[in-house]
Design a protein around this ligand. Sequence first.
Ligand SMILES: [Zn+2]
Length: 136
Amino acid sequence: MTKYEITDTDRELIRRALLVLEKNFDDGVYNHTVGCALLTRGGSIYTGVNCDGIHGSCAEYITVGAAISAGERELDTIVAVHDKAHNFVLSPCGNCRQMLFEYCPDIKVILNDGEGNLIKVAARDLLPFAWTPVIC
Ligand SMILES: [Zn+2]
């Protein structure tokens, strides 16, 4: 697995994820606990928060959906962060790993290695032997 260097651009992306979470953390009705920021290869940044509900949706889904809806197809880097009280970078859940693999297997994902270090790896490396559509 290739690990990419965390750059100043990555730190800005983390800051943007924290910012969107802070803006939407507790709006009096919903309590959003995860923020996400996505950088496209063209330099645009999209952000989102998780949506609660019966089925809910992860912040990564919301953010990738916003980028795709805007016509973006070349996705570069994504990061999700936990609530402002904890202020740390999350690792994507299994469902999001599959979605990232299907939409953009080469997108770089910034995550916490579980030992307090930030790392950046390609989505395809987060889901070995991923399910792929069968084309008949
Ligand atoms: Zn998820």
